[in-house]
Design a protein. Structure first.
Length: 494
């Protein structure tokens, strides 16, 4: 006779398989699916999401979970039951019909978003976006909240986070960053026009795959493709998918690939024994983002990194052969208010996130209607960044997240920025002179430390406990502000 723990693990295996099927369909939709497949894909995902949800929240799952609590003896099994318990509590609050409706709408909305962004047609997309926000409001009321409706939705991405937490986080970093940006702007403009042009896509693909392979992404267990909006996904530690995109700015593909590879290496780093279980993968989106930003910004925009890889880039693109390292560093670390979040510099990036956070809160609480979103967006860009988008394609239509229903997600990007420097500070205590290693093209010790302290922990600990275990303290903005200050004051001779 099977134990309750065995029954639970079998049921969760079924849940995982359905989730993997949906993730694979979503990846395909964003990379290879013909536009004509959108309606059928939406129906398939609607059906699978309902099956996935119903199996997970069934009485049999809850019964097996309760029985397993008395049987779990290992530390891993105890952690597994805690994770399943939290996930089950959240899922049980959501009606299957709502889950299926949101999944179907997100599949349809993605295609509408791609069209709307291409054609700069917010008015055509607005009714669908309004439906998505209404669904997320329904979710929030089912999940429950005390202080602010945003608390319910953001907790799904960062356990325990609230709107008040995010406001406190932004307040801590906004002032010092704005002051540093002003000091840098006073030094005069940086000319990065050499990095704009028509770049051979095959050479970009080869170069980006080379550098992400060098830092540690395992292409025997992953691949890279293109998508309108770069992302990373996967359905086992042996199959992780990266995407990037190619634009006139050469850095778009390079830093997009490094960013997604950071996510990918985190996923590849889960213990094989946990594969296909609820313990595998990143523990939260804030910690996940800390790793993408570590590899993109701390490593990938460092002088050490390009002292090693600039010759390779120049070999791929001879038109850059006469650029000196110092000039190249200022180009790729150019600080200037810009329109597109994913291509923003480190210093202004969080202002992009703040715009999205405040708009999400306003729409959810009812103080802003979706039809008025472009006007609100443009006003906030003018206030925070001093620029106004010339159109909605470069404004409120630039991100894929809202079409997916990922509302409450954006603040984790800023959390990831902060944590990247805090975790790196702890890494430097054990890995001596990591930038000397980077300059030699040696990344094993850096990846090894992150693997030991972050990646291999999966979801075994809560996000807050993992941060404290890895760094010795709770999230602290000091390391981020100090790190950015030191880096950019050196770059701009302040």
């Amino acid at each position: 006779m099977k134990s309750s723990l065995e029954i639970l693990k079998e049921r969760m295996g079924d849940v995982n398989a359905l989730g993997a099927a949906m993730a694979m369909m979503d990846w395909d939709q964003q990379t290879y699916m013909p536009r004509g497949g959108a309606e059928a894909r939406a129906n398939h995902l609607e059906c699978l999401s309902k099956m996935h949800h119903d199996i997970f929240i069934a009485d049999e799952t809850r019964k097996a979970l309760e029985g397993a609590k008395a049987e779990a003896s290992s530390e891993d099994d105890v952690a597994l039951l805690r994770v399943i318990g939290r996930d089950l509590d959240l899922a049980t609050k959501l009606p299957s019909e709502l889950v299926a409706r949101k999944t179907k709408l997100s599949a349809i909305a993605h295609e509408e978003w791609v069209r709307a962004r291409t054609q700069d047609d917010f008015e055509g997309f607005a009714p669908t976006l309004e439906q998505m926000f209404e669904i997320v409001k329904e979710e929030a009321h089912h999940l429950g909240f005390t202080d602010h409706i945003y608390d319910a939705v953001t907790d799904q991405y960062e356990e325990g986070a609230t709107a008040a937490d995010w406001k406190k986080m932004f307040e801590a970093i906004k002032g010092p960053q704005v002051e540093l940006v002003k000091a840098i702007q006073a030094t005069g403009p940086v000319d990065d026009s050499r990095l704009y042009g028509e770049w051979d896509r095959q050479k970009q693909s080869q170069f980006t795959e080379m550098i992400v392979s060098k830092i540690g992404f395992d292409f025997n267990r992953g691949r890279q493709d293109t998508a309108p909006h770069p992302f990373c996904t996967g359905w086992s530690v042996g199959d992780i998918r990266l995407t990037t995109r190619y634009k006139p700015y050469l850095g778009s593909a390079i830093f997009g690939s490094l960013h997604e590879a950071g996510h990918g290496m985190y996923e590849q780093g889960s213990p094989a024994a946990w594969d296909l279980t609820s313990l595998a993968g990143g523990v939260s989106l804030g910690l996940h983002e800390s790793q993408s930003r570590t590899w993109e910004n701390i490593v990938g925009r460092s002088e050490a990194f390009w002292s090693h890889f600039l010759p390779n880039l120049q070999e791929s693109f001879p038109q850059l052969a006469d650029i000196e390292l110092g000039s190249f560093m200022r180009m790729i670390n150019k600080v200037e208010p810009s329109l597109i979040r994913v291509e923003a510099d480190e210093l202004t990036y969080n202002l992009h996130v703040l715009v999205r956070f405040e708009i999400e809160c306003a729409v959810l609480e009812g103080s802003l209607e979706v039809k008025d979103l472009p006007e609100a967006w443009n006003a906030k860009y003018k206030e925070y960044l001093g620029i106004t988008p010339p159109n909605n394609a470069q404004g409120c239509l630039q991100d894929v997240h809202w079409s997916m229903g990922s509302i409450g997600y954006f603040p984790t990007y800023s959390m990831g920025n902060i944590l990247s420097y805090q975790i790196w500070n702890s890494l430097e205590k054990d890995v001596k002179n990591p930038f000397d290693l980077i300059a030699k093209g040696e990344f094993e010790s850096i990846l090894g430390w992150l693997q030991k302290n972050i990646y291999s922990q999966g979801r075994k600990h809560t996000p807050k406990d993992l941060i404290k275990a890895a760094t010795g303290e709770e999230m602290n903005t000091k390391y981020y502000l100090d790190g950015l200050g030191a880096k950019y004051r050196k770059l701009y001779s302040l």
